[in-house]
Design a protein around this ligand. Structure first.
Ligand code: ADP
Ligand code: MG
Length: 601
């Protein structure tokens, strides 16, 4: 019998290890930038092609590597950061496992050029799929440049799982923000396909946050500072009136490293309890300093999950310090979450003619009247059958005098078949042939609007309502980048938007159906939502935007509706091609079957 156990070749072992550390372009970026920081860089420039799928280049002015080190760096377990096991308990660098470069080189084409200060020449190493293809002396500046091309080119299954450029860029920018927020003394720039997304000068923490999240953040930061023997807490929390419904502004750092910590997040949620409505998530940038022997950062390969020795105590300290800050600044609960201070009133020039201001919104606007450009008649005809079939039979079979309602009064509805009833400002109840239909009013309206937008997109007939004065909206740098990418898509939906200089855009017109909402607020909300939805649900970016706009514009829960409005809503719903599901795939209606109802009695 021959032995069957074999050692895996390096290339295979590295590829397996890469699976843990390198999931997507953002993971490569994280590892390269962390290495640059560990190398003492004070300036880091990042150039991406196609959201990092084609290329990720990181240029630093750090300590550089010797000829031998440049080659050794790619070996698994090669690190300059720890020498013996006891070093593991006093780690001051971001990396220490010595596996990142080996992993990246296993699944991409990598080139490094590096030179130490004082060395005459630098070294270039080319490596792809763990195979060293060349090493030679080169002329290059002090510091290190890593260029990683065609990530997962040799692992097609993983390459296939990469998402759209905007999703991958979103992941990259999330990693970028985490690092930039931990190293405010380092200057950064990041470009994607030659578009500059951020240019961050070395700054203090407050400035760094504002550079990253845009000027409007300025008025919303509250500083937090507590020192105990166990932990030092510093940083900022965001005032409740600037909280968002999606994640994106929650950051914990422990000893200079971004960490995820659901348990400590709960402490903050608890501190904001009662101040924020249920769906809003408090924002924060919180920096913890603990003695390095009281934290275990080695429990996860990407090192974002950590364990504190005394988590419960830290929870309590966090809870009370956040509460204290909220109390001290006398933060009053604000109920109007739709308004946003960032909207700026346009400047009046001397030659501007002042006319009586008119409200740009159509106050006769009826959210249920979707006539106009929408080529609906055809659909209506096609679907009438669908709609009628729900009712046919109902009148003949079931319309018997009802002892409670058939009082013979004059204004009695002619037929109970058309009776609709709004329940708790949320559901519409209506009798149908097979029982009682329950319709979710918001989702129903989302579906109606969504199909209307899609029809507009197909027919190129988007209706834009012009603003009397262009509305200037200040965006954060990544919002601005996303807008330039999605500009055409916004245009087909009826947003007439142009650059407004600096970080601003001007909104000249907006889709007519956004209800009574401020177009600037709707626009920013769409950008924010766009970044936080997964693409898989939708066939195109336009479809995704149309769904988000429908979500934003649809009637809310708790909005009382008149009988006519309900009737109109139900009717429109059944002229839709897919009335059963909301654009994001949630059920719109449910029928409580007669048998089920009878079972109750
Ligand atoms: P780790 O960061 O865990 O040590 P890596 O695989 O990320 O492991 O890097 C291996 C080694 O390569 C590092 O320990 C460091 O000595 C060297 N290195 C990597 N990137 C740089 C850089 N940008 N500048 C200088 N040295 C670097
Ligand atoms: Mg590293």
């Amino acid at each position: 019998m021959t032995d069957i156990i074999r050692l895996l070749p390096d290339s295979v072992a590295n590829q397996i290890a890469a699976g843990e550390v390198i999931q997507r372009p953002a993971s490569v970026l994280k590892e390269l930038v962390e290495n640059a920081i560990d190398a003492g860089a004070t300036a880091i420039d990042i150039y991406l092609k196609d959201a990092g799928k084609t290329q990720i280049q990181v240029i630093d002015n750090g300590c550089g590597m010797s000829e031998t080190d440049a080659r050794l760096a790619f070996e698994r377990h090669a690190t300059s950061k720890i020498r013996e096991s006891k070093d593991l308990f006093s780690i001051h660098t971001l990396g220490f496992r010595g596996e990142a470069l080996a992993s990246i080189a296993a699944v991409a084409e990598v080139q490094v050029r590096s030179k130490r200060i004082g060395d005459e020449l630098g070294t270039q190493v080319d490596i792809a799929a763990t195979q060293v293809n060349g090493q030679a002396p080169v002329q290059c500046p002090d510091g290190t440049t890593f260029t990683v091309k065609n990530l997962f080119y040799n692992v097609p299954v993983r390459r296939k799982f990469l998402k759209s450029d905007s999703t991958e860029l979103n992941h990259i920018l999330n990693e970028f923000k985490r690092i930039a927020l931990a190293c405010e003394q380092v200057s950064f720039s990041i470009f994607n396909n030659r578009t500059e997304i951020y240019r961050l000068p070395a700054a203090n923490l407050r400035q760094r946050i504002i550079h990253l999240f845009g000027n409007p953040m300025k008025q919303h930061l509250l500083s937090i500072e507590t020192e105990t023997t166990l932990v030092k807490v510093g940083g900022f929390i965001i005032k409740p009136d600037y909280a968002k419904k999606s994640f994106g502004e929650q950051f914990f750092f422990a000893n200079g490293r971004f960490i995820r910590h659901p348990y400590l997040h709960k402490a903050i949620m608890q501190a904001y309890a009662g101040i924020l409505p249920a769906e809003y998530i408090p924002g924060y940038f919180i920096y913890l300093e603990v003695p390095s022997e009281s934290i275990d950062i080695n429990i996860h390969p990407t090192k974002t999950e950590v364990k504190f020795e005394d988590e419960q105590a830290i929870y309590q300290i966090m809870l009370s310090s956040v509460k204290q800050v909220l109390g001290k600044f006398n933060v009053v609960p604000s109920l109007d979450f739709e308004t946003d201070n960032s909207i700026q009133i346009p400047v009046l020039r001397p030659d501007t003619k002042i006319s009586t201001p008119q409200i740009a919104f159509d106050d006769s606007y009826n959210p249920f009247d979707t006539s106009g450009n929408y080529r609906q008649e055809q659909r209506e005809r096609n679907n009438l059958h669908n709609w009628e079939s729900l009712y046919t039979g109902f009148e003949n079979e079931n319309r018997q005098p009802d002892i409670f309602t058939d009082t013979g009064a004059e204004n009695e509805p002619a037929s109970t078949a058309n009776a609709h009833f709004q329940l708790k400002g949320k559901y519409i109840l209506t009798p149908v042939k097979s029982g009682l239909m329950l319709i979710d009013q918001k989702r129903a309206h989302e579906r109606i609007l969504f199909e209307q937008y899609m029809a507009q997109i197909v027919n190129h007939s988007s209706a834009s309502q012009q603003n009397l004065f262009p509305e200037a909206v200040e965006l954060s740098p990544d919002e601005l980048a996303l807008w330039s990418e999605l500009r055409d898509d916004f245009a087909v939906l009826g947003f007439d938007i142009g650059p407004g200089g600096g970080q601003k855009v001007n909104i000249y017109g907006h889709p007519g159906e956004t209800g009574n909402k401020n177009p600037g607020v709707v626009f920013r909300k769409l950008l924010d939502d766009f970044r936080h939805t997964e693409t898989d649900l939708f066939e195109s970016r336009r479809e995704r935007l149309a769904a988000l706009l429908a979500q934003e514009s649809a009637i809310r829960y708790n909005q009382p509706l008149t009988v006519e409005e309900i009737g109109h809503l139900v009717e429109k719903l059944f002229t839709c091609a897919m009335p059963n599901y909301s654009p994001t795939g949630k059920p719109v209606m449910h029928i409580l079957k007669m048998e089920e109802i009878e079972g109750y009695f």
